[in-house]
Design a binder for this molecule. Structure first.
Ligand SMILES: [Fe+2]
Length: 235
């Protein structure tokens, strides 16, 4: 399901990160131009297609983002304000447990935002659903774009769980920067393709669990990285 927002509050913050780090003041959809200025090793870290969960955090741009989140509370304040305004109302009966820091994804031209997984098909990169990686079935997923998401810079997803739709026929997620996406990616399978759009895609993804459901399944979370205060916090 696609939801609309008035103004995307994350764009100026992410612009600030790359202006501070690289003096880059252009359109974020052309952020790949910064890659030319990086030392070869950092550039390769950014554009190589990683193995899911193993080395996908080595990307220098992802590190730049996390440094910014750690050093200032501006991002966290904006993130919480966004969730209170647009996501909390989608759960009217309950407070919500949210992913403490969202994942940031970069899909550069000729690369992809997520890594390889068990698939032989080069056109289908990182095919999975989140429960494959130990995510809890009570999670709901949200994707918030920072640049326009379209075609091969975006993802492809199964419109509903157990759809039996052939993988190459999955839906392409098209989002403007004044929209965000909600889906049950815990069970709806999804993947990336090689980005052939000439535009960088930057987006956030995060998970939300209604508080009562989290408490009902508390034992599943205890002793794992998904405990409150670690991966999740109460909004
Ligand atoms: Fe996923």
């Amino acid at each position: 399901m696609i939801h609309c927002i008035e103004k995307n509050p994350f764009i100026p913050l992410i612009e600030q990160v790359f202006s501070n780090e690289y003096n880059y003041t252009g359109d974020l959809a052309n952020l790949h131009k910064v890659l030319e200025k990086l030392p070869t090793e950092s550039k390769e870290e950014c554009i190589k297609i990683f193995t899911i969960g193993k080395d996908d955090r080595r990307n220098i741009f992802i590190k730049n983002f996390h440094k910014y989140v750690d050093e200032s509370d501006q991002f966290t304040q904006t993130y919480h304000r966004f969730l209170k305004k647009y996501v909390q109302p989608l759960f009217p009966d309950d407070k919500i447990v949210i992913q403490k820091t969202p994942n940031i994804r970069f899909s550069f031209p000729e690369s992809a935002a997520i890594g390889k997984h068990a698939t032989e098909n080069k056109d289908i990169i990182g095919y999975h659903c989140d429960s494959d990686f130990g995510h809890h079935h009570t999670e709901m997923n949200f994707i918030v774009p920072v640049t326009k998401m379209f075609g091969t810079n975006s993802l492809y997803y199964e419109p509903h769980q157990d759809s039996q739709i052939p993988i190459p026929d999955y839906e392409n997620l098209v989002l403007s920067t004044t929209q965000f996406f909600q889906a049950y990616l815990n069970k709806q399978r999804h993947y990336n393709k090689l980005n052939l759009t000439n535009k960088t895609r930057i987006s956030f993804d995060l998970r939300v669990i209604p508080y009562k459901k989290y408490m009902e399944h508390l034992a599943d979370f205890q002793g794992t990285k998904f405990e409150l205060g670690k991966y999740y916090i109460i909004l």
